[in-house]
Design a protein around this ligand. Sequence first.
Ligand SMILES: [Zn+2]
Length: 299
Amino acid sequence: MKAIKFIFLIVSLLILKSCTDKNHNKENIVVTIYPFKAIIQEIVGNEVVVDVLLPGNADPHTYEMSPSDFNKIQNAKVFFYGAETLDGWAAKLDVENKIELLKVLPQDFLIQIESDTDHSFHKEEDSHHHQGFDPHFWTDPITVNSMIDSLTKILSDYYPDKKDLFRKNSEKFSKELYELDKKIRETIEQIKHNKVFSAHPFYNYFFKRYELEILGSLEISPGQQITPKFLKTISEQIKQKNVKAIFINRQHISKPAKVLAESVGIKTIELDPIGGTTGNETYEQIISNNLKIIMNELK
Ligand SMILES: [Zn+2]
């Protein structure tokens, strides 16, 4: 009997220990894609670990979550994802600690999917579009700035003892975002070809902010069906409007975009809206590196 009691005690202690270990783990933040880490890390500084689920070359729209991803999410203090229309698999998860970043943004900063753009490319294909807001908000520093106060408040609720530090960091980040905006404006002024067309609308917040003319995109959701008729309409528009290149994102090398570009004799330009690679780690670096590529092609 004594032995049984002893084993029971040991088992209880082990369970207790694993519980405290688990609670101890619940100090970190988990995010789906790298730019969310880049933004949140500016606010929380080195005080909190921010883990990213997706590798830098993965497409958030089509990513398939692994069991270890789910474990990380469950063991996080708070889990941030983009939106139903970006990382919908995360939006569907039945976990209590998840926060949708698109909902943290003030509504008037959001772009309706394709509604602010020239519809001429899409008139006959409107049934293909999903409803709602464009989820690629992080490509514009001013849009990111619009969420900083609310985001800092949310983070402070999870880490009340770090409130003052978060406030200080967010004020500094906000200033840096305005400086970045100023730098982009001064650079973009030198652009000659201001008409842009993309394989997927992954950079429209940036294009819209800096007054590039968005002519549309090929695949609203990556991999969607494109009819020959639609391709023909686009080819004509590209020639007529003298579009210089089609923007594609590193996470979804669109085959239809390559075929289209080749058929009309223009190139595809690859941007990396996600980052996370060497030299592409901070928010400022991600945006500045893409700016360099854009300027190289459109100047
Ligand atoms: Zn996308």
